[in-house]
Design a protein around this ligand. Structure first.
Ligand code: NAP
Length: 330
């Protein structure tokens, strides 16, 4: 089935879009696509009847008991399930895919998704992996909202030989939902995200675990006196356990690489503290402060005091947030 409207706001980019998985990312896409008139019909599937009922009520035009039922006749199929489930879902929808259709995904890891999904994609169907760098610590079909992707990056990792027209159409969809689009190699994506998101999450999980142990000793002091840094860690550490389990299981090499470097740096700082090496600590913190300034100058966070808390309603994968203060537009 071919969409009969062009790109650039002239009308819907796709006829039928099938969302497989109906959680935070899929429901946000549905709200955003509907708000911008980017497609004609949103079909959906999730395994649980409870999720399907919410999707039917809130954002899907049709809801299906099977993934193949949702994917049948779709111009665009979006795999929005945990990374570890991508392969099985791709196998399930493969017989229903129509030649000329595009399959994309929103998984937080790209090499593992390519390896799991690509073998199931039939000839004549375009597979263009993707990853919106946007999210919150909430999950499920009620957690989505239309502005989640606004001013955030959506990374596409097209494979060699990708059809330029299919890529341009998907890019236009992401942009239509308010995202900035960039393309990169899947391996590079996984390394970048290990630095900006995956290892920071692991550190947050660890720090909250340490504080939880401490709380048993000091009663509720950790919670009562929790400062901004720790509160931010608890927000990140509240993210969906299945999603993050799969991220670490499937982005193993890059995560271990960056974690190794992190541990070395930590030991260097530990040594400087033990030796009372003030110049080392000062030089290190001066360098990191400059990095923070760079993030603000790049428009990926605000310079608001109190860690931008007043403006930061939503976080996402532990990466810098593009949030606007009241009365301030980015
Ligand atoms: P979510 O809110 O937890 O929703 C996951 C959805 O996948 C649910 O509808 C769930 O169905 C469905 N699902 C789970 N296992 C499945 C299976 N084996 N087969 C079919 N459907 C299955 O998750 P999300 O935050 O939207 O994340 C979805 C994807 O986006 C993940 O790959 C994640 O890595 C990626 N991502 C997440 C974020 C973020 O910050 N959350 C950001 C960018 C990308 P039920 O409701 O029936 O259980």
């Amino acid at each position: 089935m071919a969409a009969d409207a062009g790109q650039g706001g002239a009308g819907p980019l796709y006829g039928r879009v099938a969302l497989i998985g109906l959680g935070l990312i899929a429901s946000s896409m549905a709200h955003a696509m509907r708000a911008a008139g980017l497609c004609r019909h949103i079909a959906g599937h999730a395994p649980s009847a409870a999720t399907r009922a919410v999707a039917r009520e809130l954002f899907c035009d049709s809801v299906h008991d099977t993934a193949a039922g949702a994917a049948a006749g779709a111009d665009l199929v979006v795999l929005a399930v945990p990374v570890g489930a991508m392969g099985a879902v791709a196998a399930a929808i493969a017989p229903a895919l129509t030649p000329g259709a595009t399959v994309t995904d929103v998984g937080s890891v790209k090499q593992a998704v390519v390896a799991a999904v690509a073998p199931h994609v039939p000839p004549g169907v375009h597979f263009i992996p993707g990853h919106p760098i946007a999210g919150t610590e909430h999950s499920g079909p009620r957690s989505g909202f239309a502005t989640l992707f606004r001013n955030r990056w959506w990374l596409l990792t097209p494979l060699p030989g990708t059809d330029p027209a299919a890529l341009a159409r998907l890019r236009a969809l992401c942009e239509g939902m308010g995202a900035n689009v960039d393309a990169m190699d899947p391996a590079h994506h996984d390394l970048v995200l290990a630095v900006t998101s995956h290892v920071p999450h692991l550190i947050a999980y660890t720090m909250v675990g340490v504080a939880d142990d401490l709380r048993r000793v000091t009663d509720s002091e950790v919670i009562r006196y929790s400062a901004a840094g720790f509160r931010d860690f608890t927000r990140i550490a509240a993210s969906d356990p299945v999603m993050w389990r799969d991220v670490f299981l499937t982005n193993k090499d890059a995560t271990l690489d960056i974690l190794g470097r992190f541990t070395e740096e930590l030991f260097a700082l530990q040594r400087a503290i033990r030796l009372g090496d003030g110049p080392h600590l000062h030089a290190y913190f001066t360098r990191t402060r400059a990095i923070r300034r760079g993030i603000i100058e790049a428009g990926q966070d605000t310079a608001a005091p109190d860690f931008g808390r007043a403006a930061a309603a939503a976080g996402g994968e532990g990466v810098p947030q593009a949030v606007a203060l009241p009365g301030q537009r980015r």
